[in-house]
Design a protein around this ligand. Structure first.
Ligand code: DC
Length: 232
């Protein structure tokens, strides 16, 4: 099977930035599995599905078809020829995504999609259940954490940079902690630190330091040797 680097952790722990950089450094495609749960949530809201009804949400697993395409170092997701991006990052989606992610049928469909992506090449996959349920046999599994304050600060900075900030730092923190609580206590594939994963607390580390820690912990033959030009 192709190589898979699995990265789990709560919201705002730095998974996306770290996974993207590690992926581009090693030539592994970046996969944001949270975007798939957000797509299901976006579709639920668009179709007027009551997200507190597991039966109604479960039907989306059959009805929504997500196409996956490798593009520019990442696996991108498309629904009916459209690639949703900022549409997935609204406070409304934030508020409903954890509920949608509790539904067994949705998790099974997304797990299948993620496992199928190994055909595209080596992957770095980030999420909540990648180390425990989707790719539990990967020899490169990581659990990223950070203090709630550091996580809320980063999430809000990200939203400001994307021009989609609509909440105060305090509101961002509240919504992030509510999501973490639901993600960690749900019945199917909850967020948890599995035995044998490499844990990194990024609260006091720079992004570059976290990337270095991840790369250093990979199996030796997964690390691409740096190529230096002689400059002649
Ligand atoms: O990482 P994120 O905030 O974009 O994730 C959106 C939601 O999906 C969040 O509630 C956690 C959930 N999720 C999950 O249950 N399993 C994953 N592998 C990835 C995300």
């Amino acid at each position: 099977m192709n190589k898979v680097i699995a990265v789990d952790g709560p919201s705002g722990a730095g998974k996306s930035s770290v996974s993207r950089i590690v992926g581009s450094r090693l030539g592994f495609l970046h996969v944001d599995s949270g975007a798939l749960y957000r797509i299901m949530t976006w579709q639920a809201l668009k179709r007027g599905v009551d997200t507190s009804s597991p039966e109604a949400v479960a039907r989306l697993a059959e009805e929504v078809s997500i196409e996956c395409r490798p593009e520019n170092g990442a696996v991108t997701f498309w629904v009916d020829g459209f690639r949703p991006e900022n549409e997935l990052r609204t406070p409304e989606i934030n508020a409903h995504a954890s509920k949608v992610a509790t539904v067994k049928e949705i998790r099974a469909a997304i797990t299948d999609l993620l496992r199928g992506m190994v055909k595209f090449g080596p992957l770095v996959v980030e999420g909540r259940d990648i180390t425990t349920a989707v790719f539990p046999d990967s020899p490169a599994r990581f659990f990223l954490t950070a203090s709630p304050e550091a996580r809320a600060r980063r999430r809000q900075k990200e939203e400001v940079e994307k021009g989609i900030a609509s909440q105060s730092a305090e509101e961002v923190k509240k919504s992030l902690l509510a999501r973490d609580e639901m993600d960690s206590t749900r019945k199917y594939a909850p967020l948890r630190k599995a035995d044998g994963v490499f844990e990194i607390d990024s609260s006091e580390l720079t992004l570059e330091e976290v990337v270095e820690a991840v790369v250093a912990a990979l199996p030796a033959d997964w690390r691409k040797p740096k190529v230096f030009s002689a400059g002649i």
